[in-house]
Design a protein around this ligand. Structure first.
Ligand SMILES: [Zn+2]
Length: 467
């Protein structure tokens, strides 16, 4: 007798959709049976008429613990993720104090986050440049990368532009060194690509302008983070991959010109992967003008024409995964009444509607098959971040993760009801069709009909790459 059987669902893989029953035993997929087999189980769930995915992996989320728990912690962020159909998230090393840059901090971080995650999680390790205020021996963390790798981080994240003194910018010397150090381990380095010099210079010039209206300031902000900053940084880190042979991942590609650079590099045979986010696939500059502070993020949303072209690169496999880039803030940090675009927090409250928004865009707005979702939110992220073997596919022995999606379930974002700590989201009022009804991790239901299970708090496990 199985522990759990999910009956009559339409299983979605990158290649096809087929009806089958999923049997889970001891937290793992134990059998995929012809629908209607009526295998005996302690518990059964009927998924008739619904799509079934092997969970959703959010490869790019900032949960802010330790250090900035007033914005988000693992409990609040992961419960919102569970409701959104995520079964695994990969947490970023920054917007933390301290940032995750060595083994000692890894131990400190694990001591906190392991207590209350609802969903399974992997970690990005930090890749930081030179601190101004530290002795030469600890100027950056190049000597800590192998230790962090041995802690099981799924990838390393570096920032090519300013991101505050808690997470110093990497220069190309740091990038090259890190790729050299990590290459023997086949470890992946991901980068926020905006070129330091241009961002610094253009922001300085824009901020110095006097008497600007809010709308003009938004224009200035968008211009100071225009595509050339992203393009140059992306080309530079790709060149470092070319120089070293190290694996590079381009985070949150926002523009087709950048995607083309990635595509060329992949065609050349370089070890490059790249992701994009729902906000670059369904939202534009106009949205930033409309919403103001809540819609501030970098790179920023682009023009409608750019947005439409981005889909070509998702479809041809260049942008092989989609992450939420959930980067939460306290409400006052996103308040249009007190914060203009320059002073508002840069980052979006995005995780709770991650799958519903993507499903609605892919299936309803674009008329594409849900198999694309299985590709960019399951299979590819699992492969890229080394989680394949446990996550990302319906394979015997993999973790018994399941999200059941009702394609007809209508949803509407109400920011006052978000399960995240902050309650300001630029997506407030967005609506669509297609939402998770049930999220299951290793055979256990962690969220049902838009609410997480209280008893699942602390259930989430640390996932390390499968060797
Ligand atoms: Zn991010």
């Amino acid at each position: 007798m199985y522990d759990l059987v999910i009956r009559n669902g339409r299983l979605v893989t990158p290649d096809r959709i087929y009806e089958a029953d999923i049997a889970i035993q001891d937290g793992k997929y134990a059998a995929f049976l012809a629908a209607g087999t009526k295998a005996e189980a302690k518990e059964t769930i009927d998924a008739k008429g619904n799509y079934v995915f092997p969970g959703i992996i959010d490869c790019h989320a900032h949960l802010n613990e330790p250090g900035f728990e007033y914005r988000e912690d693992f409990e609040t962020g992961s419960r919102a993720a569970a409701v959104a159909g995520c079964t695994t998230l990969i947490d970023m090393p920054l917007n933390n104090d301290p940032s995750l840059m060595n083994k000692e901090i890894f131990d400190l971080k694990m001591g906190k986050i392991s207590k209350h995650s609802v969903i399974d999680y992997a970690l990005w390790g930090g890749l930081v440049g030179d601190y101004d205020d530290k002795p030469d021996s600890v100027k950056n963390n190049m000597n800590d990368l192998v230790d962090l790798h041995n802690c099981g981080v799924a990838a390393f994240k570096g920032f090519t532009c300013p991101n505050g003194n808690l997470f110093p910018t990497v220069n190309m010397g740091n990038v090259r060194k890190a790729l050299e150090v990590l290459k023997p381990y086949n470890a992946l380095c991901g980068f926020h690509c905006e070129e330091y010099g241009q961002v610094l210079e253009r922001e300085k010039e824009a901020k110095a302008k006097e008497g600007r209206t809010n709308e003009q300031k938004i224009r200035d902000f968008l211009d100071s983070h225009d595509v050339w900053t992203e393009y140059v940084a992306t080309k530079n880190v790709i060149d470092m991959a070319r120089a070293t042979g190290g694996r590079v991942h381009i985070c949150h590609v926002s523009h087709p010109m950048v995607a083309q650079v990635v595509k060329d590099a992949i065609h050349e045979g370089l070890p490059i992967t790249a992701e994009t986010c729902p906000h670059y696939l369904g939202f534009t500059e106009d949205f930033v003008f409309e919403k103001g502070a809540p819609a501030k993020c970098t790179p920023p949303m682009r023009t409608k024409e750019d947005m439409e072209k981005m889909w070509d690169y998702v479809l041809d496999g260049t942008l092989s995964c989609v992450g939420s880039d959930h980067s939460p803030a306290a409400d006052e940090e996103k308040d249009n009444a007190t914060k203009d675009i320059w002073h508002a927090w840069g980052g979006l409250n995005a995780i709770q509607f991650f799958l519903p928004m993507m499903f609605d865009m892919v299936v309803n707005k674009k008329g594409l098959s849900p198999t694309l979702i299985a590709k960019v939110m399951d299979y590819n992220p699992a492969k890229i971040f080394g989680l394949y073997g446990r996550k990302g596919a319906f394979e015997l022995g993999f973790d018994g993760d399941v999200v059941i999606v009702d394609p007809n379930k209508a949803w509407k974002v109400d920011q006052t009801k978000l399960l995240t700590k902050g309650h300001v989201s630029c997506f407030d009022g967005q609506e669509g069709k297609g939402a998770p009804t049930c999220t299951i991790i290793r055979g256990k239901v962690v969220a049902l009909d838009g609410m997480y299970k209280e008893e699942a708090v602390g259930y989430g496990e640390y996932i390390t790459p499968v060797k």
